[in-house]
Design a protein around this ligand. Structure first.
Ligand SMILES: [Zn+2]
Length: 345
């Protein structure tokens, strides 16, 4: 048996003994987890999940050491330190070829009732060749927090910036000051944005956002926030808007602060069936893009910047715990005591 995080319902996270992870398919790898995270998206079930007797295995962001590989695995070997994206993918299908591994025809999500999650001692990794990326270092390296963000939040913030067409000379607005929003600020600066407006209300997060490159902060909400962004952009709005929350109000704000011809990159998981601002986005020719970020596709581009210290997205991981501290880590993130929690095994 091994130990792993299991969620049984809202607010009910337990560390339990579960069956040992093992190779099942010839394309699998077995990874011993060394570092993992709790994600902002883990807080959705933490707040809303109906009680389940079987429980859900949790965690989709992890780094570990390859313990064993199936007979068909070629790209990683025993002893390699590897990072996993938040979904697994074969790397060879029509959509993986396009760099959209989140739509892989043979891929899927970690955890749940069938598979291991990252918040546990070991993980069976399906489609190891298409999923894992070997890292050029040993465990215990000080770059680990930043490398771990390539699993999700840094790649997700980057995706929002890319699909919102952030770049040189552009005014970028980032809606949300969670880990993804802060990484979105970092991504926008990395892509050369001229002005970066962060919409957020938590002092500690805003301070980090400024260090990541935010030039302006808007802490108002609703209509006042929209007015404030218009004031900061000569009345025109932002060229590129990153929606990093997923609520109706934040989506409405994001869509309405984009200037005519601008683009909105949505990476906050939508919590409502309908999208607001249908008329104004139509009238202004706003491009609405985004979805689950194909972080696997971005690893090659972002990895050198992390390795060489040009970006330090790991600073969003402002609390570290061991596996036993994971239930309290969920509580701390849910109560906004921590931005994002790293689990060190
Ligand atoms: Zn695929």
């Amino acid at each position: 048996m091994m130990r792993a995080t299991v969620m049984y319902g809202a607010g009910d996270v337990r560390i339990e003994s579960v069956p040992e992870a093992r190779i099942v398919e010839r394309t699998d790898a077995l990874v011993i987890v060394t570092h993992a995270c709790i994600c902002g998206s883990d807080l959705w079930p933490y707040r809303k999940l109906e009680h389940t007797d079987t429980g859900l295995r949790m965690g989709h962001e992890f780094i570990g050491v390859v313990e064993d590989v199936g007979a068909d695995v070629r790209s990683v070997k025993r002893g390699d330190v590897v990072v996993a994206p938040f979904m697994w993918s074969d790397g060879t299908c029509e959509f993986c070829e396009q760099g959209l591994q989140t739509s892989c025809l043979h891929g899927g999500f970690w955890g749940g009732t069938e598979l291991d999650g990252g918040q546990g001692e070991a993980v069976r990794v399906p489609q190891a060749d298409g999923t894992l990326v070997a890292l050029p270092l040993g465990r215990g390296d000080s770059l680990m927090p930043s490398l771990l963000t390539l699993s999700d939040v840094m790649g997700t913030g980057h995706h929002a910036a890319v699909v919102a067409r952030a770049g040189a000379g552009r005014i970028v607005a980032v809606v949300g000051d969670g880990a993804v929003g802060l990484c979105g600020v970092l991504a926008a600066r990395r892509l050369g944005a001229e002005q970066i407006i962060l919409l957020g209300r938590h002092a500690d997060r805003i301070a980090l956002g400024r260090e990541f490159g935010a030039t302006d902060v808007v802490s108002e909400r609703g209509e006042e926030a929209i007015e404030r962004v218009l004031e900061l952009t000569g009345g025109l709005g932002a060229h590129s808007v990153l929606e990093c929350v997923g609520y109706e109000e934040s989506t409405n704000t994001a869509l309405r602060i984009a200037r005519p011809g601008g683009a909105v990159g949505r990476v906050g998981v939508p919590q409502d069936a309908a999208m607001p601002a249908a008329q104004s986005t139509f009238r202004k020719n706003i491009t609405i893009a985004g979805g689950p970020a194909p972080v696997r596709a971005y690893m090659a581009e972002l990895l050198p910047d992390v390795m060489e210290g040009r970006i330090e997205p790991g600073r969003v991981l402002d609390r570290v715990t061991d596996l036993d501290g994971v239930p309290d880590g969920y509580r701390a993130m849910n109560e906004r005591e921590a931005i994002k929690v790293m689990i060190s095994f």
